[in-house]
Write a protein that binds this ligand. Structure first.
Ligand SMILES: [Zn+2]
Length: 193
């Protein structure tokens, strides 16, 4: 397992459409392990493969306060949506920015698990928001797309400036920005998805 570098908005690679996984094999499972390790280390409560520059339809999520309930979804699809909720979201690819986003409160999801088996389930509240946020990543979308043009421009400028100050490669200082305790990352106040 290894910790991978997380791409930051407005990196154009975050805009790619991720490919469906045709076969859940050992190399996919190795990628899942890297994703989980990267998410826990960040720390965040969700990560899509595209965020570590792997254009596959894979997401990992752990919303448990104890950080030991890893959920893995391959080729996730939303079958139905119900209701509405607004939660303040953040994103490991948009460090230090938190804004409210309205999404469905309850969704029905189909995906493959780590063994390549089809699973179907309902998700609500925080898990529903997380899954919708991550599936957006697989379609080249970032949560700031839901904000006003003005806010998007402000965020872009802020992060571009920060990127220039830090230079092209400095994962340590990137993680230091807006670094919070694991408990806070898992809590509802500051979702880093
Ligand atoms: Zn995200």
């Amino acid at each position: 397992m290894s910790i991978r570098q997380i791409l930051h908005f407005p990196d154009p690679r975050l805009r790619r459409q991720a490919n469906p996984v045709l076969q859940v094999n050992d190399s996919i499972r190795r990628l899942l392990d890297d994703m989980a390790e990267t998410m826990y280390q960040a720390p965040g409560i969700g990560l899509a493969a595209i965020q570590i520059n792997e254009p596959w339809r894979i997401i990992v999520i752990d919303i448990s306060p104890t950080r030991d309930q890893l959920q893995v979804f391959i080729n996730p699809e939303i079958l139905s949506r119900e209701g509405e909720q607004e939660l303040e979201e953040g994103c490991l690819s948009v460090p230090g920015i938190y804004e409210p986003v309205t999404r469905a409160r309850r969704i029905r999801v189909r995906a493959l698990n780590r063994d390549g088996e089809v699973i179907e389930f309902e998700a609500e509240d925080l898990l529903a928001t997380c899954i919708q946020h991550e599936i957006d990543h697989l379609d080249g979308k970032v949560f700031v797309d839901y904000l006003s043009r003005l806010k998007q421009t402000r965020i872009r400028k802020k992060l571009e400036k920060r990127g220039r100050e830090q230079g092209p490669k400095s994962p340590t200082s990137e993680y230091a920005i807006g670094h919070e305790s694991t408990a806070a990352a898992a809590g509802r106040k500051h979702l880093k998805i």
